[in-house]
Each structure stands twice: as structure tokens, then as C-alpha cells.
Design a protein around this ligand. Structure first.
Ligand SMILES: NC(=O)c1ccc[n+]([C@@H]2O[C@H](COP(=O)([O-])OP(=O)(O)OC[C@H]3O[C@@H](n4cnc5c(N)ncnc54)[C@H](O)[C@@H]3O)[C@@H](O)[C@H]2O)c1
Length: 436
């Protein structure tokens, strides 16, 4: 459908005056959104995971994005895993996962089934908005035809749009309302309806993008840019290693220039930065361009876990630590600090590599539920590290709780000689051992 052909169309769908919002997918993105919207009216939080729904009803959020008090105070928010409960809604916002498959291709299965669910109960005047990260074209080329199977026409009978999410889980300073939000609609009428809807909850303001495709592209570009910049720092860290230079000292010096960007080397995991560039790669290849730089950035970042593990074994040998008899402790297994999310955690690569080399590995992460680590990664977490037991401690994910316990706590876990490897230089200068 051509946006200009609809401009000024008097048959534009009426904006539901009394909005009853349904958020589909109650995860890291969907729950904060539902909590924000329920301050303005009734919201149904829908998820296919019955356990998630049961926990939310009991005031438990395993993603740690909402406290029990916040969940209990949300009196206009109900939760359901039953499709019948969403039929009376007139605004549908899709926040389901968009991962990659084993061949690193976009897996749009959840977005497709969420769209089919909406199509089954779509009514004239409803509004459908996608927030899940996708490559440009998914909303109009895949979702729109599925929604129109309802017999209703997008932009005429129902509104359609896209508003990418920029939430940063575990960020206590910058919450949903504080992050400016891109909005876009299929027609000018849809665009202004969607923008007005988000303006109610986003105090930082909205940015109406030129089109749905522009908004879709903007989201994947944001994360591809970050991925490439981190890849550059990772490559720099490898070069520094060869030259026996400390990367953080080089970056500290370079950072005194006014236009030097403060990126750091590190593991790139999770559901966004390590995944979204594959969506862009996929689309780029489909339109006939081979995106060398983006692919190369992905390759470098994907290799860092194994690189660090190799380096750790080399350094143990240099310190007369017998690798095959070493007890290793990994502190932190989630993909980033202060967050229990295990998706695509690259610490797993370090664990996998070392497992075949050393005598034992304990993994300690107080933020992660041990049943999740077992089910998702096949890793048994230890209840508490053992004092004076380890020949090597890897501070992989610097949760605040580790930093609060400090370098002395880390040292007390070691027996001598010991290697302490602080991947993100989180305890520098207290821990002066080698970092990335
Ligand atoms: N987590 C982030 O930091 C973040 C930030 C910005 C954008 N995003 C994007 O937002 C989307 C959601 O990410 P997330 O981190 O919230 O994922 P999540 O895995 O935390 O949550 C998704 C939820 O959707 C549910 N679900 C799966 N299929 C469903 C279906 N067919 N119908 C209903 N519910 C279904 C799952 O059970 C899960 O609870 C993804 O596209 C992601 O790339 C995530």
C-alpha cells in the first residue's frame, strides 16, 4: 500500500475513543509497556507462557524489571494466556521475541503467530502496532497480508504501525518513559494515532518517522552501529594483547580527544546487539548487497569468548598454574550486568572452551535462577564460591553485587598462584591482573 495514495483518505480507521490495549508478549519489553499504559486505562497482558502469566499474577517478575509492589499497584492491568481474553481489546501491541535460528537467519515465527492471533479477533477501528525488532519490510510485507485475512483493510478499516523499542533492561536511571520513542504508521492518520498513543506514556517525547520501513531500519541500524563499534574495540584489544599493551590504558589516553567515542571491548550477547545485525544482513543480502563490515563485526564479536578462554589458559601456564589441575571460578553468566537474561550469553563460550581443559569450573551468578541456567544453558550454578579454592577467577559479568563485595572478596577466593581475569576492567585499578 502506498502511503501517499491514502493521504487525506476520509475512510481512515476511526481511532478507538475508549482504548483497551492488549500487549502481546509479556517479556522485558512488554511488561514495562503494559505497566505504563495501565495508568491511562485497561490493559491486558497476553503471553503464551502460562508460567509467566501465573508468576505475574502472583506479583513475581523474573526479569527483575518490575517489583512486586509495582505489579500489585497496577490495578488496571490483567494477565492472560487465553486468546478469548483479548477479543474485546481495540489496540494490539506486539512485543514477542524475534531471535535468529541456528543458521543465523531471522526467526519470525512468534511475530507470525501473534499476528494470526490478532487477525482472528480484529474489528473495524482497531489499531495494531509492532514493537518487536524486525528488518525493514516485515510489518508491511508479512504482517499486513496476514492481518488482512480478517477481511478488513489496513489503513482503511484498521490502523497499522511500528514503534521500535529502545528499553535497556537493568538500567535503573533510564526507564521506558525517559527514552525518546520512534513512531510510524501506514497512513498519516495511523501515524498520528500511534504517535498520540505513545505521547501519553513517553515523557522524553516521540519522533514520528517518515514511514514504517524507516522506523524498522532505524532500530536495526542503532544496534548494528553499536555492534561494529564494539567489534572495533575488540579487534584493538587483540592487537594490544600482541603488543603487551593494556587496552583500558590505551582507551583512557585516546578518550581525551574530543571526538573519540567511548566504546569498550567486551562480550556481545543478549537479544539485541548480537542478533539485530543479522536481521540487517539478511535484508541487505535479499536486496543484493553483501554487507562486509556488518558481517565482519559479527564474526569478531562472536569469537571473543573463545579468544578470552584461550588467553586465560595461556596466562595460567605463564604463571605456573597447571591448567589441567586448575579449579576455575566464573563470576556471572547472564549476558550483561545486573540482568538475569541468559539469551546468547557469550560467557557460555568461555565455559565451554575451558570445560575440556581444566579440572573443575564453578559458575556463580546470584541474579540467575539455577533452574534457568540448567534448562537454558545446561550449566549447574554453584550456591556460593569456595574461599581459597580457585586457581583462576574470571570476572565475566560485573554485577553490582560483585563490585560491592570488591577486589578483596575476589582475592580471598583464590589460592596461590592465581590468575584473576577481569574481562571488563570493572575492578581496575584494585585488580591489576590482565583484562581485555
Ligand atoms: N530485551 C531488550 O532489551 C529489547 C530492547 C529493545 C527491543 N527488543 C525487542 O523486543 C522484542 C521482545 O523482546 P523481549 O526481550 O521482551 O523478549 P522476551 O523473551 O523477554 O519476551 C517475549 C515474551 O513473548 C512471549 N511470546 C512468545 N511468542 C508469543 C506469542 N506467539 N504470543 C504471545 N506471547 C509470545 C514469550 O513467552 C515471552 O514472555 C524482540 O523483538 C526484541 O528484539 C528487546
Amino acid at each position: 500500500m502506498n502511503q501517499t495514495s491514502i493521504q487525506g483518505d476520509t475512510t481512515s480507521p476511526p481511532f478507538p475513543a475508549q482504548q483497551r490495549i492488549c500487549i502481546i508478549g509479556m517479556g522485558y519489553v512488554g511488561l514495562p509497556l503494559a505497566l505504563a499504559f495501565q495508568r491511562h486505562g485497561e490493559v491486558v497482558g497476553f503471553d503464551i507462557n502460562q508460567q509467566r502469566i501465573d508468576e505475574l499474577r502472583q506479583g513475581v517478575d523474573v526479569t527483575l524489571e518490575a517489583t512486586t509492589a509495582e505489579l500489585q499497584a497496577a490495578d488496571q492491568l490483567s494477565y492472560s494466556a487465553d486468546a478469548a481474553d483479548i477479543a474485546a481489546c481495540n489496540v494490539f501491541i506486539v512485543t514477542v521475541p524475534t531471535p535468529i535460528d541456528l543458521s543465523q537467519q531471522p526467526d519470525l515465527g512468534a511475530i507470525k503467530s501473534a499476528t494470526e492471533l490478532i487477525a482472528g479477533c480484529l474489528k473495524r477501528g482497531d489499531l495494531v502496532i509492532y514493537e518487536s525488532t524486525v528488518y525493514p519490510g516485515v510489518t508491511e510485507e508479512m504482517c499486513l497480508p496476514l492481518l488482512e485475512r480478517s477481511g478488513l483493510r489496513a489503513g482503511v478499516d484498521f490502523g497499522l504501525g511500528y514503534s521500535p523499542e529502545r528499553i535497556n533492561p537493568a538500567d535503573k536511571e533510564r526507564k521506558l518513559a525517559d527514552i525518546r520513542k520512534i513512531t510510524a504508521g501506514l497512513t498519516p492518520a495511523c501515524a498520528s494515532q500511534i504517535d498520540a498513543l505513545y505521547a501519553k506514556i513517553i515523557t522524553a517525547g516521540t519522533f514520528p518517522a517518515a514511514s514504517i520501513r524507516t522506523a524498522e531500519m532505524a532500530k536495526v541500524v542503532e544496534n548494528a552501529q553499536r555492534d561494529i563499534n564494539i567489534a572495533l574495540m575488540n579487534e584493538l584489544a587483540i592487537i594490544c594483547d600482541h603488543m603487551d599493551l593494556r587496552t583500558y590504558e590505551v582507551l583512557e589516553a585516546a578518550g581525551t580527544k574530543w571526538n573519540f567515542l567511548p566504546f569498550k571491548p567486551g562480550l556481545v550477547g543478549g537479544h539485541c546487539i548480537g542478533v539485530d545485525p543479522y536481521y540487517l544482513i539478511h535484508k541487505s543480502q535479499r536486496v543484493g548487497h553483501h554487507p562486509d563490515l556488518i558481517i565482519s563485526g559479527r564474526r569478531i564479536n562472536n569469537s571473543m569468548g573463545t579468544y578470552i578462554a584461550r588467553k586465560v589458559t595461556r596466562m595460567m601456564t605463564q604463571r605456573d598454574i597447571e591448567v589441567t589441575r586448575a579449579n576455575v571460578l566464573i563470576l556471572g553468566i547472564s549476558f550483561k550486568e545486573n540482568c538475569p537474561d541468559l539469551r546468547n550469553s557469550k560467557v557460555v563460550d568461555i565455559h565451554r572452551y575451558l570445560l575440556s581443559m581444566v579440572a573443575s569450573i564453578d559458575v556463580y551468578d546470584p541474579l540467575v535462577r539455577s533452574e534457568d541456567a540448567k534448562a537454558e544453558l545446561g550449566i549447574e550454578l554453584c550456591a556460593e564460591p569456595i574461599s581459597g579454592h580457585y586457581d583462576c577467577v574470571i570476572l565475566a559479568v560485573p554485577h553490582d553485587s560483585f563490585l560491592q563485595r570488591g577486589a578483596d572478596w575476589v582475592r580471598a577466593l583464590c589460592r596461590q598462584p592465581c590468575l584473576v581475569y577481569d574481562i571488563k576492567s570493572a575492578l581496575v585499578p584494585d585488580l591489576v591482573d590482565k583484562t581485555l
